[in-house]
Structures are given as structure tokens and as C-alpha cells.
Design a protein around this ligand. Structure first.
Ligand code: BJW
Length: 261
């Protein structure tokens, strides 16, 4: 069954020109980055509301910054895994190919993906709470907690979307545009419970895209997916990649003009 579905999904992919991917924490799990939910998830050890909300930051900015410093120290030595690398390799295979990620770890870019939509921000960036200017974080741990904007003296905050905050409308618009114009959408390693990200595959499906889900366990999206591959992203994606590349000459995947721009 798994093998037959793999073959079918590779066939669907081989015939597609516009492919989108939505990723979540599960794709980075095999690199050693903890997920949020589940038995070893971050929210098991600390409450999301006490760290990942604007109210938590207002209450205790130093505590929130220490938590992000700790997370950066976990992520800094980590390398992308086979799942990230397959997606980076697919960028050259299709006319349109974009990775929409909920992850803030920067591993898709480290693997070589270039067209990345970061829905929830980036843990390697900070933003001035007054001026809104965004800067890269170069030092881990930070030399001063909480960090202060050198230009206006206000607090810097992590460039991350917390619960109760709206996503950047430009970023979200692009994510919807990609979702609504793709022919195939992969949904990889996300529990599909956080909005509005969880709506993107539904928008893609409504617009006629095939949905291919890869996760170690079923999610609320699974009943609506055309294919569900139960397994690790770092194993399923390379298996699919092998089949796709066998079909590629016959399927005639070309670089076609980008219809999205
Ligand atoms: C593997 C694997 C392997 C493991 N291979 N797979 C009621 C209805 C609708 C919406 C809301 C509602 N109540 C509140 C809301 C809004 C809220 C929301 O959706 N809450 C839900 C939890 C109910 N959303 C928001 O607040 C968003 N803003 C917004 O909606 O604004 C308007 C609004 C505000 C308020 C009310 C209503 C509207 C903002 C969301 C920001 C999310 N931010 C976070 C944390 C900050 C980032 C950080 O510090 O890192 O982003 S939350 C956290 O969840 C993080 C993630 O990006 C996000 C998604 O998690 P993800 O990636 O799915 O990870 P997990 O851990 O959940 O799942 C991992 C999966 O991988 C699992 O399925 C595993 O099985 C799998 N897996 N190993 C493949 N090897």
C-alpha cells in the first residue's frame, strides 16, 4: 500500500509544474530541534502562554529573551536533514516551487532552499518594539538581555509571531497566493492545529491542488489529504525523490515561466 501510494504520488508530482510545500516543526525534528506539541515537545516543559505571547513579553522580557537564547543555542549547531535537502533539490525541478514554513529555525535556507515564506518569523532576527526595524542576531548567547535598540533605546523583541498576533499581511498574502495557484501541496511535519497556517492546505485543496501529507501520525488534515505518508520526513521524502527522479525524463519536468509573478 505504502509503496503503491509512493508510486502514485511520484506520478502526480512528476506531472506538476507548480508545487508548494508547507512545513512545521516535524521536518526539523530529525535534525534535533524539538517540536512544540507531542511527548517531547517544548510546550510539555513550559507553557506557551508564559513565553510565546505579547503579554508574556510585556510581563517579563528578560525571561522571554532567555528562552529564545536557549532555543538558539540548541539550533546553532544543528544541520539540515535529508528532508530539508530533498526540498532544496526540488527547487530546480519545477517551474514554481516554494516552501512555506511555520518554522523559525532557518534550516530550509541552510539546506539551500531560496524561495521560502517564513510565516512565523525567524529566531535569528530581532525587531525594535518602537521603530519596527529588523536586524540579524549574530551572537548566541546575546551579550545583553534584554537587548536594546541602539538607535532609539527601546526594547528589541524576537522577530517571531506569537499567539494572538497577526501574521505579516504581505507574507500571509503571498502564502495564500502560492497555495491557491499550486497543483500539488506537500504538508510536512505539522500538527495542522495553528491558524492561519492550517488553512493554507484547505485553500489549496479547494483550488484543485492535490494534498500530500507526510507525518509520523495522522492530523486533523489527514482525512482531507489525497495521500498520507505515515513516516519520518527524512525517510519519506528521499524515497519519493528517488521515484520522482526515475520518472523525470518521461514526465518532462521543465523550468517554465513563473505564473505567480
Ligand atoms: C514529524 C516528525 C518527523 C514529528 N517527520 N513529522 C480558535 C480558532 C482559530 C484560531 C484560534 C483559535 N484560538 C486562538 C486562535 C489563534 C491562534 C491559534 O491558531 N491557536 C490554536 C493553537 C488554536 N493563532 C494565532 O494566534 C496566530 N495569529 C492569529 O491567528 O492572529 C489572529 C487571531 C488572534 C487571536 C485569536 C484569533 C485570531 C499566530 C500563531 C503564531 C504561532 N506561533 C508559534 C510559536 C512562536 C514561534 C516560536 O517561538 O518558535 O509558532 S506556536 C508554534 O506552533 C510555532 C509553530 O510554528 C506552530 C505550529 O506548530 P507545528 O510546526 O505544527 O509543530 P507541532 O509541534 O505542533 O507539530 C509537529 C508535528 O510534526 C506533529 O504532527 C508530529 O507528529 C510531526 N512530526 N517528527 C514528520 N520526523
Amino acid at each position: 500500500m505504502f509503496e503503491r501510494h509512493l508510486e502514485e504520488a511520484a506520478e502526480v508530482l512528476a506531472g506538476a509544474r507548480r508545487v508548494a510545500v508547507l512545513t512545521g516543526a516535524g521536518i526539523s525534528a530529525e535534525s534535533g530541534v524539538p517540536t512544540f506539541r507531542g511527548k517531547d515537545g517544548l510546550w510539555r516543559k513550559c507553557k506557551a502562554e508564559s513565553l510565546a505571547t505579547p503579554e508574556a513579553f510585556e510581563r517579563d522580557p528578560a525571561l522571554v529573551w532567555e528562552w529564545y537564547d536557549w532555543r538558539r543555542s540548541l539550533i546553532a549547531p544543528v544541520e539540515p536533514n535529508a528532508g530539508h535537502r530533498v526540498l532544496a533539490g526540488w527547487e530546480g525541478l519545477f517551474g514554481d516551487f516554494a516552501v512555506i514554513t511555520q518554522n523559525v529555525d532557518g534550516l530550509h535556507a541552510k539546506a539551500g532552499s531560496r524561495d521560502i515564506v517564513e510565516l512565523h518569523g525567524n529566531i535569528w532576527k530581532l525587531r525594535c518594539t518602537r521603530e519596527g526595524t529588523v536586524e540579524e542576531i549574530r551572537d548566541t548567547p546575546l551579550p545583553r538581555i534584554p537587548p536594546i535598540c541602539p538607535s532609539c533605546g527601546s526594547l528589541f523583541r524576537p522577530h517571531i509571531v506569537w499567539f494572538g498576533e497577526s501574521l505579516d499581511p504581505v507574507v500571509l498574502d503571498r502564502a495564500y497566493r502560492i497555495s491557491e495557484t499550486c497543483q500539488v501541496m506537500f504538508v510536512i511535519g505539522t500538527s495542522s492545529v495553528v491558524q492561519p497556517a492550517a488553512t493554507l492546505p484547505l485553500a489549496a485543496s479547494r483550488a484543485g491542488a492535490k494534498i500530500i501529507e507526510v507525518n509520523i501520525e495522522p492530523t486533523p488534515l489527514t482525512p482531507q489529504a489525497d495521500y498520507f505518508f505515515p513516516g519520518k520526513a527524512g525517510e519519506v521524502l528521499p524515497a519519493l525523490d528517488r521515484r520522482l527522479r526515475e520518472k523525470r525524463p518521461a514526465a518532462g519536468i521543465d523550468r517554465l515561466p513563473d505564473r505567480r509573478s
